[in-house]
Design a protein around this ligand. Sequence first.
Ligand code: UTP
Length: 518
Amino acid sequence: MEALEEEEAALLSQLRGAVSECGQGHLLDFWPELEGPSQRRALAEALRGMLLLESGQALRDHCRRAMEAHRSQGEGAPLEPRRMEPLPGQFLGSASRSPPEELRAWQQEGLRQISQNKVGVLLLAGGQGTRLGVPYPKGMYDVGLPSCKTLYQIQAERIRRVEQLAGERFQTQCTVPWYIMTSEFTLGPTERFFQEHGYFHLDKTNVVMFEQRMLPVVGFDGKVILEEKGKVAMAPDGNGGLYRALMDHKILEDMERRGLQYIHVYCVDNILVKMADPVFVGFCISKGADCGAKVVEKAYPTEPVGVVCCVDGVYQVVEYSEIPLELAQRRNPDGRLTYSAGNICNHFFTVDFLRAVGEKFEPQLKPHLAIKKVPFVDKEGNLVKPLKPNGIKLEKFVFDVFQFSKNFVAFEVQREEEFSPLKNADTAEKDTPTTARRALLSQHYRWALKAGAVFVDSRGERIPEKQSFREDEEPPAVCEISPLVSYFGEGLEKYLKSKELQSPFLLDEIKAETLQQA
Ligand code: UTP
């Protein structure tokens, strides 16, 4: 007993010295009140991890950087117009404007590389999803589709389908490994979810989950926030934490061992994401790119999306607030916005490029500031839920690596076909479960019409067709098509041509078989 107490006293004094040296002595204020050795051990481990991972100096720097970033917030003036240039046309492909024969050739090249097991996909799923506000990872969210599928299931099925398409085209058996970056918040539940669902019929050895690092959340006074008496507030280090995580967990070695050369990186919340999109992958490879970005055309000059362009001759994403208004409004002779390449966090990288970033460039990535409401314990030990933002998170962004690319390309896709992110709860107007569900069902309705289907209601009466409708409008009929049946609308005629489908209609593999036989 005595020995234990002595051990603990020694541990406390050691820790106190270390945290005080970094100006963070308050983190041990409630040590005597912690319940039992397990709580104390947990806090000690967290503090040690923080000091070890970040080292005393790095922790001091982190807190200082956080405070400085907060102080200078909003000071960023728009860039000088002469420093900016739009993306050069020869490095820009377009799903709607590139010639059809080029699109076909890129698709063929993408499928060929997939069929040779050279392409992997990497999901960024470490975010806390605070705006959506559910207590589980976003990938486990069901936006209310007729099939009740979650985002993870939809993505798993798209992988299976693209493997099948490439395999059939080139007569091979191929695999697209799925790397999933998680964080302390999402790893456990994501692993359990995949286990419970039998990895959605993917081979478990081809689903590789790894964890990104966490960083302490800092108050406006430069002090790390205590979330509970025995718990430091920590947050994932941003989706740009990817590059450190790849090195921490030897993921690049895993990719190289499998012979992968190209990686498609995407966000968990885009319900329309085309994983390992053969056209995009084939385009990037055909152009000899080491790094590529999918972009969507900006809807209007002041739309709050980052724009991919050149600054001082270097590719990067410029925040909408940094673009001078006159440039944001500038139009080409065809009427399109000159700075129109809206970033959607959907990227192509060669494995060699990822290695160069991990080994050489990562420390040059500048952290960005995020100000959040973070529950904390006040001096008296009361738990406070702040009404106003009080915590500074520093995050790196996945797209900040464009500057290191030797051959950067961008590929413009149509928003209604490829981008509908789930960010907010249904109380918001934009990027909600409702808008995500609608985007997917609208797309599938369009595919079904194109394949020659006719929709009828429950009384068998024909539902008038509509080829286009507003983003906030429900499609005239409800139609969901399993990714296992069609990845991008391909191959549907054989099931749907001249068929009368009663809304709501769900086309899964079994239904497809019956329809084909009918
Ligand atoms: P967002 O910036 O939209 O953040 O992430 P979020 O965590 O999903 O949601 P909020 O801001 O808390 O409401 C864009 C993508 O980057 C991933 C997310 O999982 C999502 O796929 N991400 C974000 C990470 O993988 N790690 C992070 O540290 C942050």
